[in-house]
Design a binder for this molecule. Structure first.
Ligand SMILES: *Cc1c(COP(=O)(O)O)cnc(C)c1O
Length: 357
């Protein structure tokens, strides 16, 4: 919002014009005289919003009709349970890459459904990197990875070729860069980090991998039920889907993923070059795995904490306090954050060094 530099990890910053349009839709959607908050999800105005949101996802990611797009409730955390329920063969094993808190939570749920093979983990190094040279077991039902580790500030910049279906939690870097999305068989992302208002979780799934476990499932946990219902099996998170659609329209209008990737790359370069240059700060992650979305860093002189905190708050910076598991600071630089916002933080870091370095 105006005058603030919002580095919050999630719910995170949204484009100002999207917030404005969303506010207009709350008052009057499509000149119907009704609020988006009070229209039926079966109404043609909302059906068109859902339809456009689903087709924009495929357009932005360059995916074909073999993929289905859903907007579900329950957060990315519900996907930790839905993925194994729908994909883990009865008596079978699923492969997981353990890259931090969210991967860990996904593993915990999968263990309720079947066997889990943790093929690699960076836990012993406090998740400061992405495990490399992994071997993917050919007999597992699927491989689960987390593309961006919101808490530890690591991001996968290379994706393995996999002999088995790949499931990816993209909650905190969805739509942030170009990628060959056809490498993935299922992608999920909570809306509130980089895509829209909290409430909806986007799921993109290749239909051909479903229906193979023989497991009986609750309807609400069954992707096939939601696909058949065109993401309207039950009342979808209407307002959240609306904001996701507006954000995707904003992305498309400005040049899509190629455009936002260029901006995100520049923001990350600006942020990390200051962390590396400034004697008062140090990054927590190995360089090649640094996240473009969440930059985690520490003060080298702990006694300056109070001074620094006061300075960035006075500069209108919001949300850079680190996660309790890592400490220090975390600057989340989601799509809507501008280079100028990052520059404001860099300026404060320089100022701190000038006075105390
Ligand atoms: C925030 C986050 C989650 C959890 O999302 P909820 O929508 O709160 O359930 C899962 N995975 C990643 C990578 C996240 O950043």
């Amino acid at each position: 919002m105006k005058g603030k530099h919002n580095f919050s990890a999630g719910p995170g910053i949204l484009p100002a014009e999207v917030i404005k349009e969303a506010a207009a839709g709350v008052l009057n959607i499509n000149n119907t005289g009704l609020s988006i908050l009070e229209v039926s999800h079966r109404d043609k105005d909302f059906m068109a919003i859902m339809e456009e949101a689903r087709s924009l996802v495929k357009e932005l990611m360059g995916l074909g009709n073999d993929y289905k797009v859903l907007f579900l409730g329950g957060g990315a955390s519900l996907q930790f349970a839905m993925v194994p329920s729908n994909l883990l063969a009865t008596g079978g094993t699923a492969a997981y890459l353990d890259t931090g808190v969210w991967a860990h939570k996904a593993i915990k749920e999968a263990k309720m459904v079947g066997n889990v093979n943790i093929i690699a983990s960076s836990e012993n190094e406090k998740y400061n990197h992405i495990p490399k040279n992994i071997t993917i077991p050919t007999d597992a039902s699927y491989l689960h990875i987390t593309s961006n580790n919101t808490i530890y500030g690591t991001q996968m910049h290379h994706f393995p070729d996999s002999p088995i279906p790949v499931v990816c939690d993209m909650s905190s870097d969805i739509f942030s860069r170009r990628m060959d999305f056809s490498k993935f068989d299922l992608i999920y992302a909570g809306a509130q980090k980089n895509m829209g208002a909290a409430g909806a979780t986007m799921v993109i799934v290749k239909e051909s991998i479903l229906g193979k476990t023989g497991r009986k499932m609750f309807s609400m946990l069954d992707y096939q039920v939601h696909i058949k219902g065109e993401s309207m099996y039950n009342t979808p998170p209407v307002f959240s889907v609306y904001v996701c659609m507006l954000t995707m329209q904003w992305l498309k209008k400005n040049g899509g993923l190629a455009w936002i990737e260029g901006i995100n790359r520049k923001k990350a370069e600006l942020m990390y070059s200051e962390i590396d240059r400034n004697s008062l700060f140090t990054g927590t992650v190995v360089k090649e795995d640094r996240s473009w979305m969440n930059a985690t860093f520490l003060l080298t002189k702990a006694e300056l904490e109070e001074t620094f905190n006061k300075m960035w708050k006075e500069a209108g910076i919001v949300g850079i306090k680190g996660h309790r598991d890592v400490g220090g600071y975390r600057a989340s630089m989601y799509n809507a954050l501008t280079i100028e916002d990052v520059q404001a933080l860099v300026d404060v870091m320089k100022e701190l060094e000038k006075k105390n370095g």
